[in-house]
Design a protein around this ligand. Sequence first.
Ligand SMILES: [Zn+2]
Length: 290
Amino acid sequence: MTIAKTVDLVAAARKAGYAVPAVNIVDDLSLRAVIAAAEQAQSPVIVQTSVKTVKSMGAEIISSIFQSTAAGASVPVALHLDHCPDRSVITLAIRNGWSSVLFDASDRPLQQAWDETAEVVAEAHAEGVGVESEIENIVGVEDGVGADEAIHSYSNEQLVEVATTTGTDLLAPALGTAHGMYKASPVLQYDRVAELGRLTDIPVVLHGGTGLSLADFQRFIDNGVAKINISTTLKLAYMHAARDHIAKAQASGKWEPVKMFDDISAAVQATVIEHIGEFGSKGAAAGVTA
Ligand SMILES: [Zn+2]
């Protein structure tokens, strides 16, 4: 009952004026922590996996842990595949119960990206799976996918034409953000979200959220962003909690893995709850019909 469709969660968010947190998990511990945090804050949530995580855990295992955890959750939860240029992994996710996939064609020239996005949408929609589309590259490398420079950039009209002719459900344009940690202050393109919103009803996704301020997030949401991806912050919370726990274990001589899992889970949950507050999705679960 609580396993939701990404497209429905994002549509509800756009209507109500908040953004759904879409959080990249790295294992079962972080998957459960993300859902637990969403339950505490009564927020809808999208659990995301990078291609790297799919390869590390296996699609069947992720799917079964997701299904069993989400089925018992008190909030609507969807499963999304983040940046995936590899068509075979897209197919794997579609066949294993993902609610949506980000087909990342930003490494392809325009016509090829256009044609392949149409193919992916047809394949995904046949199984009731939604498609987020990226044909411009959002700068920064995330889990081995992407590039540090902008290779392809298009006009808003071109982006909308590709999205509407292919049947894309969610749009991931370049908005001045970058994946990973910022080396310099980004030039954020809030206006671009509003302009896209005037051209199409397709919801816009914000990538590269780590390092943005509350005011930045609010301005993006006010302009129409309805899904915000979080990856780097979760990795930092996870690894710093592990490092701190190991330092404590070293000092006390008590080596108990389960206690470390508890610390990691608490840190991940705190991070997700903080973002839920920033994205305005706290308490929004009740307004979503899953
Ligand atoms: Zn991204």
